[in-house]
Design a protein. Sequence first.
Length: 374
Amino acid sequence: MSAFLLRKNIFTKGKGEQMKAFLILEDGTVFTGTSIGSTRDMISEIVFNTSMTGYLEVLTDPSYAGQAVVMTYPLIGNYGITPDMESLKAWPDGYIVRELSRMPSNFRCEGTIQDFLKKYDIPGIAGVDTRALTKILREKGTMNGMITTNENYDLDEVISKLKNYKVEGVVSKVTCAEKYVLEGTGKKVALLDLGAKKNIAKSLNDRGCEVTVYPADTTADEIIASNPDGIMLSNGPGDPAECTSIIKEIKKLYETDIPIFAICLGHQLMALATGGTTYKLKYGHRGGNHPVKDLQTGRVYISSQNHGYVVDEDKIDPNVAVPAFKNVNDGTNEGLAYVGKNIFTVQFHPEACPGPQDSGYLFDRFLEMMGGEK
């Protein structure tokens, strides 16, 4: 049988086996598509990601806990599942795509997205007009939604459930269960895992650092007692203002003289620990093409981002911290430098994965803060 006929038969067989699925938004909009992954009902916050590649890293980013992800790029899955996971499992509640590749092709391919979603019990829907869906989320703001395969759903009942849904307690779900160490011969870094992507620890480890990863509920006293050369606060999911106990511990870390570098949620929590405030963006920043300006040098970097909350720059005490980076698109704060402290924090992801590595130099800056060399 020719490759063309084989390809045609595979596609025809797949279409015959597909189950209808529905995406119902909080405003009553309904999209019809086909079910991919788990067939259970799912309610979650619906967000969109503009990355063209790196869908596996998106699926395994703990910051997506409590959210269902819309991929704006129209074809997803063409290189299948590769060994590029950013954590040990997938975290999004749901997955929404325009078209899912049925025949992934890559020398590193270990399976399909369809099987991956089923393995981690993640409901998904394909065949959705993701451009129209994204326009709704941009114009009306992030909203809750349901993916269901039940054709007899009650719209009023579903909308009532959606309006009552709230993302809560997600940091405790994604953090590591116990501390562990990545051996190194250089500086000792304590990494507080608030939902850390694997490449944060790897970026430090690749620079020779010995990285000890701590669960999110670790006390400041335990971290300080380990006598680290530096402290890293990771990315993570959810509303930063909800993490009240973690904020108290970060305040204690701030009061030491230990160099601190924080990313994303860690950046927000440090701001809250020092008297700042955060607020929710209309639809967030999620993708691998967000320009940020270094206010010290004037240089613009393209960054990887995944966040729905930002630090309110107007509420930052200039005696505590000053803006260090700004989002070129909407002017929101993307980083802070703390006055009189060896502390700097950024809202974006210098470790990338997925995304550009333009700002990877920030790990070198952290190394210098600890007294090391690039």
